[in-house]
Design a protein around this ligand. Structure first.
Ligand code: TIU
Length: 230
């Protein structure tokens, strides 16, 4: 176990059994003209998470540890997109409409791709999810939980966007399935700094009711000290 100073108290990271989870670092959320922008958001606010996530990806890859990327996206026929989700917020562009990066939030379109800075490497898991949470109707028929269990993964280290929407939803789903969850404070961002702060506070409140949090610097330093690169 690797001891990591975290909130609300120390996190014991299990080498090789902790997957790095990168939530929805897609062009549709981070670049102008995509889904995030269509909801009226300032997409530039998410960019500070990119460099810390890249550093964590390098650390996980150097040790041969599991990495899982998610993408929020839908089938081209929208069969997996509830009408209530498509209409929500009266966006300028709805899911499935044609925008500057192709059809908004549709699998295979340029906007649904992960940004090039954080492109998945060969062998890494890429999970397409129709909802905000990573366990909702993913990796069917057996489901994501069964696949993670089969791979011996017991802990999930969360990064990505946005903190209070897809990161927090996925972390809560994972916590209820028995995973020990850590969110990396500077490797996640929100369009709303106050919602990011509130999400991190509510995750770690009550003795870590949903999980732990720590900055990437502390995590990377703990790994360097305790787990040599391959
Ligand atoms: N709108 C917003 O903050 N987030 C999402 O719709 N999806 C994710 O968080 N990935």
């Amino acid at each position: 176990m690797i001891a990591l100073a975290a909130r609300p108290f120390e996190f014991a990271l299990a080498p090789g059994r902790a997957a790095l989870v990168v939530i929805d670092m897609q062009r549709d959320f981070i670049e102008p003209g995509g889904f995030g922008a269509s909801l009226g958001n300032d997409v530039g606010r998410l960019r500070p998470a990119i460099a810390p996530i890249a550093a964590l990806l390098a650390a996980w890859r150097a040790r041969g540890w599991p990495v899982l990327h998610t993408r929020e996206c839908h089938r081209s026929d929208l069969a997996d997109c509830p009408p209530a989700k498509r209409e929500r917020g009266r966006p300028a562009l709805r899911i499935g409409d044609v925008g500057p990066m192709g059809r908004v939030l549709i699998a295979g379109e340029p906007g649904a791709e992960i940004i090039p800075e954080l492109a998945p490497a060969r062998g890494e898991w890429v999970v397409d999810k129709p909802g905000k949470g990573m366990f909702c109707n993913t990796c069917l028929p057996e489901g994501l939980h069964a696949r993670l269990q089969a791979a011996g993964i017991a802990q999930l280290v969360f990064t990505g966007v946005t903190t209070e929407v897809c990161v927090q939803t996925s972390m809560r789903e994972a916590n209820d399935r028995g995973y020990e969850c850590l969110v990396v404070e500077d490797a996640t961002e929100s369009y709303f700094p106050e919602y990011k702060a509130a999400a991190l506070a509510m995750i770690t409140a009550q003795g870590g009711i949903v999980g732990w949090s720590a900055p990437s610097g502390a995590l990377l330093a703990a790994l360097e000290a305790a787990a040599p690169r391959r």
